[in-house]
Design a binder for this molecule. Structure first.
Ligand SMILES: [Cu+2]
Length: 497
């Protein structure tokens, strides 16, 4: 029988109203409410447990052992190796940070202001040092002894040197490149900052899950597994990107201590640049939100270059408007240097990885006089004449001259960057984990199995469970629930008709 018109009775509507909450409950169901056997186990762990099933052993202990073997295999590649240390010794031998860099002075600018040629060169340089292993060496250096360079006054200086060293390596494989910065204040004006052009194949690639598009597609990160991202799509919910207001607020202070935090509560100072920087790491999510793995994602370098830019703008402001302050010695008081008084933040502490330098050398003017300087961020009306930006005169009523806003990813029509090399991961190249420690550094050492287990749990490894994403319905959606919803809804629709 064929129906020409569909009519709904009151009963039909009541039935629909009854089904709707059920269907919605299905759709918004979160996997955290699912039974424990839904916890994702990597194939290695699952196979190992399967083998243990037939053995006369305590199954709980066997599971733990399987997990331990897996974690060890993942932690090992994250430890500094002999050859990593050789790379950092090279900096000492070249008196890096003491005399001018071998590859010359460089100017840094916003990533969307790079010409196509510059962008291609920069991405190629990243890919080259990814392939030769240097990027991972920097990743491992950053991921070790976290408290010596984070959550304290030494944060800005250590990262300044770390960036300049990384830039030197880039310039070895691609002469003339410099690190661009990602000025996300231009993204934060979008209703959904995740729509920014940077999250497209023209720049950073996709912002959710493994990197599958753009120049870094297929890259591996810490633990020799795919780099993942999980960006916050938008709205005004934390974590937030740094905004123009944040930037301006910082420029009203005169002292280093105003924009950092010491031994007090780490989150106590809303003007703490490190805290604002943490929010961006969390905003990108995935590996970027874990200090131990963040610098394996190329986005790390452009994020940190912007943080360094903000600090440099603060220093320029100090020199101009706070004449009584000497920026090369302005620091936090000795008794108030870091969260939980972690070592490594006092002016005479050696820098991790660059033990021949002390923390005070991070405050030196040498970096921006001999190594690099910054082009200012783009401003209206021309916004650096970039085809990737536009001047918006209405989005921020407090700035009547207008602000530069990023174009969205729809404007990446054709990725301009042609990759010169494809990425092929070769596990055989995995480096051995033994090392004796850095010269003059009593703290870096070989990490044994037990310690690595503790390390893994401290690092809060996210690969043991499916990431609990709050981002989109579909990411946290269990496929069995989908089938259930479809079946239930279909049955009711048939009944209704
Ligand atoms: Cu860091």
């Amino acid at each position: 029988m064929r129906r020409d018109t569909v009519t709904f009775t009151t009963m039909d509507i009541l039935l629909l109203l009854a089904i709707l909450p059920l269907a919605l409950a299905c759709v918004f169901a979160d996997e955290t409410n699912l039974p424990l056997d839904n916890i994702y186990k990597t194939p290695e762990v699952a196979n190992c447990e399967r083998r243990a099933k037939d053995a006369p052993v305590d199954q709980d202990l066997a599971s733990e052992a399987c997990l331990r073997v897996f974690l060890d295999s993942r932690v090992k590649p994250n430890l500094l190796t002999e050859s990593d240390l050789l790379l950092f010794e090279e900096f000492a031998n070249n008196r890096f940070g003491i005399k001018a860099p071998r590859s010359g002075f460089r100017m840094r600018k916003e990533v969307r202001l790079l010409t196509k040629d510059e962008r291609q060169k920069f991405f190629n340089a990243l890919l080259k040092i990814y392939k030769n292993g240097d990027m991972a060496r920097f990743g491992r250096m950053h991921g070790q002894q976290l408290l010596r360079k984070h959550k304290g006054a030494g944060f800005l200086g250590w990262h300044r040197i770390f960036l300049a060293a990384f830039e030197e390596k880039l310039r070895e494989v691609e002469p003339g490149v410099s690190l661009p910065y990602w000025d996300y204040t231009m993204d934060s004006y979008l209703p959904r900052p995740a729509d920014s052009l940077v999250w497209s194949p023209c720049f950073f690639g996709n912002g959710v899950g493994k990197i599958t598009e753009g120049p870094f597609a297929g890259m591996f990160g810490g633990f020799n597994v795919d780099i993942v991202r999980d960006y916050a799509p938008g709205g005004k919910c934390p974590p937030e990107l740094i905004s123009k207001n944040d930037f301006d607020r910082l420029m009203k202070f005169c002292y280093f201590k105003n924009i950092t935090t010491g031994s007090g509560p780490y989150y106590g100072n809303p003007n703490n640049l490190e805290l604002l920087h943490d929010n961006v790491h969390d905003w990108v999510g995935g590996d970027m939100s874990q200090i131990a793995f963040s610098s394996f994602d190329p986005v790390f370098w452009m994020h940190h270059t912007y943080i360094d830019y903000v600090w440099e703008r603060f220093r320029r402001h100090q020199k101009k408007n706070c004449k009584h302050v000497d920026v090369e010695s302005d620091y936090r008081p000795e008794r108030d240097l870091s969260q939980n008084n972690a070592p490594g933040h006092s002016l005479t502490s050696p820098m991790h990885g660059f033990e021949y330098l002390q923390v005070r050398q991070g405050l030196s003017n040498i970096w921006t006089s001999l190594y690099y300087d910054y082009e200012d961020h783009p401003v209206c009306p021309d916004c650096g004449n970039s085809e990737n930006l536009y001047c918006d005169k209405t989005v921020d009523p407090t700035r009547p001259k207008g602000v530069c806003v990023t174009k969205t990813h729809f404007f990446c029509v054709q990725p301009s960057v042609q990759l010169s090399e494809t990425l092929v991961w070769n596990p055989k190249k995995e480096l051995d984990m033994q090392h004796q420690g850095l010269p003059g550094d009593g703290q870096t050492g070989h990490v044994g199995h037990n310690k690595s287990r503790i390390l893994a749990s401290e690092l809060n490894i996210g690969y043991l469970t499916v990431p609990n994403s709050s981002k989109t319905i579909f990411q946290s959606f269990d496929s069995r629930l989908l089938v259930f919803c479809i079946v239930t809804c279909s049955v009711f629709i048939i009944l209704l008709n």
